[in-house]
Design a protein. Structure first.
Length: 175
């Protein structure tokens, strides 16, 4: 799985953080459907925020951008399920994917980029920023550093993340 942050859902060409136009901040996920289903990703989406509160700006709105009719159907079905379970209106926009604009480098893997020890090793592994942004290992470590995941998940994959034994241990200590 790979993640990138950026902008989508608007009409302005080539938005930036300071010239966003009518886009929303969003995340793009590349995933292997043999490892995780789209519906499982939607479950993570619904659990990661409270979609019953309307956004105070389009920039921070709750949105799902679907790529095909099946994704649209699943997004709408899970949204209806969320409304029933929560007993409240869900303010998530469901719209067709049109284009994703990559956010500036300093927004990518933000938590990881603010951990100097970890970044030293990642810069050695990925001297090219594009490779770092598209790295599954960087996405995984960024998530763990942000407090996502579990000790069990980390235990299963820590040795495949490319980290030195010292940083593997520091990551384990967070869980």
């Amino acid at each position: 799985m790979r993640t990138r942050v950026g902008y989508a859902g608007g009409t302005k060409a080539n938005p930036t953080y300071y010239a966003l136009g009518d886009h929303a901040e969003t995340i793009e996920i590349d995933y292997d459907p043999t490892q995780i289903s789209y519906e499982e990703l939607l479950d993570v989406f619904w659990k990661s925020h409270n979609p019953t509160y309307p956004s105070w700006s389009r920039q921070y709105m709750s949105a799902i951008f679907y790529h095909n009719e099946e994704q649209q159907r699943l997004a709408q079905t899970t949204k209806a399920r969320q409304e029933a379970q929560r007993g409240a209106k869900i303010h998530t926009e469901i719209a067709a994917y049109t284009q994703f604009y990559l956010a500036e480098d300093y927004h990518q893997k933000y938590v990881l980029q603010n951990q100097r020890e970890f970044m030293r090793e990642f810069k050695a592994m990925y001297p090219n920023m594009s490779d770092f942004i598209n790295s599954t290992a960087a996405a995984r470590v960024n998530g763990y550093l942000a407090g996502d995941g579990s000790a069990e998940m980390l235990r299963e994959e820590v040795e495949q993340l490319g980290l030195s034994p010292e940083l593997q241990q520091k990551l384990r200590q967070r869980f």
